[in-house]
Ligand binder design. Structure first.
Ligand code: DAH
Length: 342
């Protein structure tokens, strides 16, 4: 085949291949095939040695024209494809800032907090105010003014974390009673939730750090009926309208008389089960009428005023509320546990 025919064939081949080329890689391959060291046009150039001296420059010129034409066509297509690729990438990477996204997973409240919120909601609804007291507390408030005398077993160093002789980590929230009574005048209606400390070993029902909610009402003519009505509303709000409240006589130095409060078993609703040891009742808190001695020590006239107080373990009522069997779960921070409460 003569060089002219060969060139024409190459023209046709290029046109055909160009029509099919869709990617930069196709163009690059075509460039190598035509113009590369071992390319077809290059081979043609080499074959010119066989031509006569007269024909050589003419053919040389024709081949060079092809080289220029091919290069130009390939360059143009390459540019076009690069531009196209860029446009597609921009389109692909375009961000629609108005597109609504899946909501991030918000955390949820600790079961203790959920129950505390309910208690606070219920009792503020009855006119109580929420107050707080310090966790590092004076012996004076924690024990003395609560009528726990110097030789009381609760003051034993084995039960209580002492900072020094006069300062302890509070063993209950009751000292907030004394702080309020020594600084305010009746009527007083407060609840005080917070952390308390005892030198206890950790087990399914004990922890050296836990939470209580204290309640205190002082006014003229406050009676045990007010106490019972308050606790009744509290129990029904937390566990349901069918729950009853039962008082059993008990003893606390800061109340007189004192009572232990049972609720209808929230597990079997009173029928009798493992949780209530078949009694139909579960013990939940301590309470009583504020001991007149405490009132007087705190500077409130016990002849004019009377009051009631109660103290409840937050973990206890939370575990009952959700059927949690082991207190340790509440402090471990395991998300598989914590995520279950809404
Ligand atoms: N402070 C008591 C305790 O930690 C609980 C308690 C009982 C508080 C009777 C009270 C109350 O206010 O009246 O065991």
């Amino acid at each position: 085949m003569g060089i002219r025919e060969e060139l024409q064939r190459l023209d046709e081949e290029l046109d055909m291949e160009m029509a099919r080329a869709e990617t930069l890689a196709n163009i690059e391959a075509l460039r190598v095939r035509m113009l590369g060291k071992k390319g077809q046009l290059t081979a043609l150039l080499r074959s010119m040695g066989a031509l006569s001296a007269e024909e050589r420059p003419k053919m040389g010129q024709l081949i060079n024209e092809r080289r220029e034409r091919f290069t130009q066509l390939l360059d143009e297509r390459q540019q076009k494809l690069q531009q196209l690729e860029q446009e597609m990438r921009l389109k692909r990477e375009q961000i629609d800032v108005t597109e609504p996204r899946a909501l991030p997973r918000l955390g949820n409240l600790h079961p203790n907090t959920l129950v505390l919120n309910q208690v606070v909601d219920c009792l503020t609804g009855l006119g109580f105010e929420v107050v707080e007291g310090p966790e590092v507390e004076l012996d004076l408030f924690n024990f003395e003014l609560m009528n726990l005398p110097k030789d009381h077993p609760a003051r034993d160093a084995q039960d209580t974390f002492y900072i020094d002789d006069n300062v302890v980590l509070r063993t209950h929230t009751s000292p907030v009673q004394a702080r309020i009574m020594t600084t305010r005048k009746p009527p007083i209606r407060i609840i005080s939730p917070g952390r308390v400390y005892r030198a206890d070993e950790v087990d399914a029902t004990h922890s050296p750090v836990f939470h209580q909610i204290e309640g205190l009402v002082i006014d003229e003519g406050v009676s045990m009926a007010d106490l019972k009505g308050t606790l009744d509303a509290f129990a029904k709000r937390l566990y349901g309208e069918d729950i009853q409240v039962r008082f059993r006589p008990s003893f606390f130095p800061f109340t007189e008389p004192s009572a232990e409060v049972d609720l209808t078993c929230v597990n079997c609703r009173g029928k009798g089960c493992r949780v209530c040891k078949n009694t139909g009742w579960i013990e939940v808190l301590g309470c009583g009428m504020v001991n007149p001695k405490v009132l007087d020590m705190c500077g409130i006239d016990s002849k004019k005023y009377s009051g009631f107080a109660f103290g409840v373990g937050l973990e206890r009522i939370t575990m009952l509320r959700y059927g949690i069997q082991d207190m340790r779960l509440m402090y471990e921070g395991d998300l598989r546990f914590l995520k279950q409460f809404r």
